[in-house]
Each structure stands twice: as structure tokens, then as C-alpha cells.
Design a protein around this ligand. Structure first.
Ligand code: SAH
Ligand code: SF4
Length: 420
């Protein structure tokens, strides 16, 4: 946000220079093609040029990661000046960046304050490098309306849904920070080659190869924005992350699962965590509304489900709660006939958590039952534990508002989630 010295002369009595804070210019980073079209029309770009200009901007923003309009050498100087006068390419502000001993990186990001926000909300994004892939874990909401008892985010009230731009902004920021753009950042390079040069980073050299919606929030309660963001992320002329490498994780919002499959078609992960309704009602309270049988039916009906496109079932290992061998066998029986992967997640503790992680030997015994049933390498190694970046440890420092103060009341299905 720029501090601008008011050029008008100060009254004789005033000894100080008055400062005027100008409102930030709207950012086009994270915008959809429709947003860009509108933005261009609003600054007077003639209708017949708009398509071409959108595709230029698209390429600069999503292939090169341009962070300034100056670098856009194939856009006329005059239009660049107009873009610069009205818009920015700002990303979310980084409050902190932590790097774990295992290379995992976690960013605490501050979003721009919207009219109803009590203060600028904060969210977390995590990058997990592995030998054969790099996974970016992004947030879909500030907090969560659901309150799964083992999840740190669940102890934070929903502050609001993220906009599509804020969701995409996390990807742009991560690519900036780990140097994952097609060329040296266009915004910093005078006379950088144009996007037409097609100097794209080959897939094999990309650092972020996979995206998981496993950060803060329940993505299916922010369906429209998450869908719009995924369309930007998967666009083959831009960020180009294949939908087969994007996974949406849900606690089980049954009516939205099939719709997500049809409209977005990404990979799906289900936070199952229990094999019977009594226990799941307690651990994942949305189960009272959408019990296991209904959830598994939605999974069986998931569009495109096949051995090549399996559903991942996540199962957090809680000592003495859900980690017995009869439960391992029940899990296998429950999933019979569904093309599935099983991810056993060691519980990641957080201050005040009412659970402990299962003993390692017990996790191994549980995994053996699951392995014998034909599911390979099911235990997910915890990453970034030292920086509280592991699953379920995310919880930003945003102000917790009372329900009556919430900036955006959860709408539609979100309201039904209750709790928070
Ligand atoms: N709301 C969505 C996505 C975010 S949670 C969902 O619930 O699926 C992402 C994953 O982290 C879920 O599988 C969730 O159950 C798991 N998780 C939450 N808290 C955890 C914890 N403390 N330890 C391990 N996994 C946890
Ligand atoms: Fe929300 Fe997912 Fe955490 Fe449950 S596990 S409280 S749905 S973020």
C-alpha cells in the first residue's frame, strides 16, 4: 500500500506534512480470463482488441509470472501505462516464511482486507518437495465452519471464503518464492523474451507438480470460487497444472461431491478417519448430516472413477481411538469395490489437542492389514512438523470473530455445517 504525500500546500498553522493513504489498486494476479476482459474494457480497450490483449496478459501473468506491467514488451507502451495506472499484479503479503529441516516451506499470508473484514485475514500455504514431485497445499477458506475434533483449523472459526483470486494468488506466490517460472521473472528482466518464444519450463523441471486443496477450510463449502481458481490453475496456456495432479480433499459434503466431479473433474480425497458412524459422528461431526453409507455412495458414483483415477481415503491415526486391527479390517471391507488409495496419516499434534498419535508399531500393524488387502505404501510421512506445517496443524492468527461478527455469513450449504 503506497503512502502518498499530499501535494496540496499544508495550511500555515500545520507544522507536519499531511499524508494520504491511497487505496491499493486492484490486482490482476489470480484473475480469470473474464476478470481480465472486464478489467481491460474498464480502462477503455476497444472490444475488438480485448481477446488478443487477454491472451497476452494471460501468458505474462501465468506463464512468466510477471509481477509488473513494464515487462510486457509485446503490449504497447501506452496500454502498459494505462494498466499500471489502474491495476497492480500484487500477490498476497507474506507475513512469515518458514523453511523446515526437511525442505517443507510454510507461508503465513495476509490477504487484502475486504469491506466486511474486521482486519486483514491470514491464511497458510505449504510447499512440500519430494524426490519425484513437489506438492503445494493451498487453503480455500480462512478458518473452517466444521469442527473436526482432531484438526487445529477446526478450532478456528470461519472468517470468510477466499476469493478465486486469493486461491490462485497462493500458487503465484509459491512459484515466485521457489523460482518456478518459465524464465527469470519477467517483471525483473528488461527486454525479456515474449511469451510467444514458448520457453516453457518442461513438466519434468517444474517444482510444483501437484496441488492439493488440503490447507485451511472445507473447499466444497466454497465451491464456486474453488472451481474458478482450479480452472485458472489447470488452463493449458497458463499455469498448466493438469487436473489429474490436482486433488480436492473434503470432509464429506455429499451433495457437492458428484457436482464437483462433473464440473471440475479433479482427483478426490475423502477424510474418512473412522469406519463406523458412532465414531465418525464424533471425529468429523458433518457425518451426522452425511453418514458413511451416503458418503461412500457418492464416492462410488464419482464421475470418471476408475483404476487410473482412484479416490484417496485419508485416515488419521489416533492412539486408542480408531487404530485397532479390527478397524483396519473394517476399513478394507468398507472400501471394497471402490477404486481407492488409502493414506494413513500419523496424527499431527497441536497445542491442547485432545488426541495422541498412534504408536509407530501400531501404525505398521494397521498398515500391514491394509497392504495385504492390496493397497500400496499407505502411510503418509509427516512433513514440516517442526514448523507446524503438517496436515491439520494450520491455523492462522486471524482474529476469531463471534458468529454475529463474521464478515461473510456462511452461505447456503456452508451455513449448514454449523459449529466453527
Ligand atoms: N477440509 C478438508 C481439507 C482440509 S483438511 C478436509 O477435511 O478434507 C486436510 C486433511 O488433513 C484432512 O484429511 C484432515 O482430516 C487432515 N487433518 C486435519 N487435522 C489433522 C491432524 N491434526 N493430523 C493429521 N491430519 C489432519
Ligand atoms: Fe475443516 Fe477439514 Fe479441519 Fe474438518 S479437517 S475442521 S473439514 S479443515
Amino acid at each position: 500500500m503506497a503512502l502518498v504525500i499530499d501535494p496540496s500546500p499544508a495550511p500555515a498553522s500545520a507544522q507536519t506534512v499531511s499524508q494520504v493513504i491511497s487505496p491499493p489498486k486492484p490486482s490482476l494476479a489470480g484473475a480469470s480470463r473474464d476478470d481480465l476482459r472486464l478489467a481491460l474494457l474498464q480502462i477503455g480497450v476497444p472490444e475488438k482488441q480485448v481477446r488478443m490483449r487477454v491472451s497476452q496478459l494471460w501468458s505474462w501473468i501465468y506463464v512468466r509470472g510477471a509481477a509488473s506491467f513494464d515487462a510486457m514488451t509485446d503490449v504497447s507502451k501506452e496500454l502498459r501505462a494505462r494498466l499500471k495506472a489502474h491495476y497492480s499484479l500484487a500477490r498476497p503479503d507474506i507475513v512469515t516464511e518458514q523453511v523446515s529441516t526437511d525442505g517443507t516451506r510454510k507461508w503465513l499470508l495476509r490477504l487484502e482486507r475486504q469491506p466486511n473484514d474486521a482486519k486483514a485475514p491470514e491464511i497458510e500455504t505449504v510447499y512440500i518437495p519430494e524426490a519425484d514431485r513437489g506438492t503445494l497445499c493451498i487453503s480455500s477458506q480462512v478458518g473452517c465452519t466444521l469442527n473436526c475434533t482432531f484438526c487445529h483449523t477446526g478450532t478456528q472459526r470461519l472468517v470468510r471464503n477466499l476469493t478465486a483470486q486469493e486461491i490462485v494468488g497462493q500458487i503465484l506466490l509459491a512459484r515466485d518464492r521457489i523460482g518456478d517460472w518459465a524464465l527469470p521473472k519477467a517483471g525483473n528482466v528488461a527486454g525479456a523474451a515474449t511469451p510467444q518464444d514458448k520457453c516453457l519450463l518442461p513438466d519434468s523441471e517444474r517444482k510444483i507438480t501437484n496441488i492439493v486443496l488440503m490447507g485451511m477450510g472445507e473447499p466444497l463449502y466454497n465451491f464456486a470460487h474453488v472451481k474458478e481458481a482450479i480452472d485458472v490453475a489447470a488452463d493449458g496456456e497458463g499455469l498448466s497444472v493438469s487436473k489429474r495432479r490436482i486433488t480436492l480433499s473434503t470432509s464429506g459434503i455429499v451433495p457437492e461431491i458428484g457436482r464437483w466431479g462433473t464440473e471440475a473433474g479433479t482427483m478426490l480425497a475423502i477424510s474418512l478417519h473412522a469406519t463406523n458412524d458412532v465414531l465418525r459422528d464424533e471425529l468429523v461431526p458433518i457425518n451426522r448430516k452425511y453418514p458413511i453409507a451416503a458418503l461412500l455412495k457418492a464416492c462410488r458414483d464419482y464421475p470418471g472413477l476408475s483404476n487410473a483415477k482412484r479416490i484417496t481415503f485419508e485416515y488419521v491415526m489416533l492412539k486408542g481411538v480408531n487404530d485397532s486391527l479390527p478397524e483396519a479390517r473394517a476399513l478394507v471391507r468398507l472400501l471394497a469395490g471402490i477404486p481407492a488409495k488409502i493414506n494413513l496419516i500419523p496424527f499431527n499434534p497441536w497445542p491442547g489437542a485432545p488426541y495422541e498419535c498412534s504408536d509407530w508399531e501400531q501404525i505398521e500393524r494397521f498398515a500391514e492389514v491394509v497392504n495385504k488387502a492390496g493397497y500400496a505404501s499407505p502411510v503418509r510421512t509427516p512433513r514440516g512438523r517442526d514448523i507446524q506445517a503438517a496436515c491439520g496443524q494450520l491455523r492462522s492468527a486471524s482474529v476469531k470473530l463471534r458468529a454475529s461478527e463474521r464478515s461473510v455469513p456462511p452461505t447456503g450449504a456452508a451455513a449448514e455445517g454449523g459449529g466453527g
